[in-house]
Every structure is written in structure tokens, then in C-alpha cells.
Write a protein that binds this ligand. Structure first.
Ligand code: SF4
Length: 143
């Protein structure tokens, strides 16, 4: 678990999940943790300066997830697929360190609006459209 105020540790697909997060999750504990990270740090004043280290494993979002099985996931194949797709789209490699502001700029440059149906294929949250709406808003706000 990340030290308070220290760099977050994110697997590749959690950058876009954090952009789209709207307070929904897999359990009350999962949602409380993600709320603390996303609302309490990334979307807080000066949140764009938050540093994030890319890792290829269980991260700060996964920690209290009810689908976690030790250091793996009950849906590991799907998670691996999402990580590979998002790492490729955002040019992320394990060990990279970037700020949340840089991550959003990279999303703007590399992930066009309308692409999550493909990029996030198989994710249970994708059909709700919340992440796609957040992606569209990111592009609109920076136009
Ligand atoms: S659709 Fe799923 S994988 Fe894609 S950004 Fe949203 S929560 Fe993350």
C-alpha cells in the first residue's frame, strides 16, 4: 500500500478507470478506497501534480477489491487483456513515473473519444458509458 502522500501505484488500465470513476465499485470497501484516491488525491486541488508509478501487478486500486485473490485477480485473464491494451494505447511500461496531469495529457493525445468500446472490451462498467462520457469531457474541456 502506498504511503500517505507518496506516489500512487497504478496498473495500466487504472488511469482511464480513474478518469471515469463516478463513485461506483465492486464493494463498499473498494469504492471507499477508490474514492479516497480519485476524489481525495487526483481530483483535489493540485491533484494534477500527484505522482503515479506504473506497475504490472496488484496496485493501490486493487488492494481492497473483493475479486482479489492474493496477488492475483478472479478475472486475471480479462485484467491482463485490459492492462495490455491500455499500456499499448498510453505507451506505459512498468517503472514509468508520471503525474496525473501528464497522464491526462497522454490520454488526450492517445485515446480518441469513442474508443473505449474497443479499448475496454469485456469490462463490466463499459456499457454504462460513464468512462466514455468522462473521456469525451476531457477532450471537450481541452479543445
Ligand atoms: S470501461 Fe472499465 S476498463 Fe475502461 S476505463 Fe471504465 S472501468 Fe476502466
Amino acid at each position: 500500500m502506498t504511503a500517505p502522500g507518496g506516489p500512487l501505484r497504478y496498473r495500466p488500465h487504472h488511469f482511464l478507470c480513474s478518469l471515469g470513476f463516478q463513485g461506483k465499485g465492486y464493494s463498499p470497501e473498494f469504492t471507499a478506497n477508490m474514492t479516497a484516491i480519485v476524489l481525495g488525491r487526483l481530483r483535489a486541488p493540485r491533484g494534477d501534480a500527484t505522482e503515479i508509478t506504473v506497475i504490472a501487478a496488484l496496485d493501490d486500486i486493487c488492494a481492497p477489491c473483493p475479486k482479489r485473490r492474493g496477488s492475483a485477480c478472479a478475472s486475471q485473464e480479462q485484467i491482463d487483456r485490459l492492462d495490455q491494451a491500455h499500456a499499448s494505447a498510453l505507451s506505459l511500461r512498468p517503472g514509468d513515473r508520471l503525474t496525473w496531469g501528464e497522464a491526462k495529457a497522454r490520454i488526450r493525445r492517445s485515446v480518441p473519444a469513442g474508443s473505449l468500446a474497443t479499448l475496454c472490451a469485456g469490462c463490466q462498467w463499459e456499457p454504462y458509458g460513464l468512462c466514455e462520457a468522462a473521456l469525451s469531457a476531457l477532450h471537450r474541456d481541452s479543445a
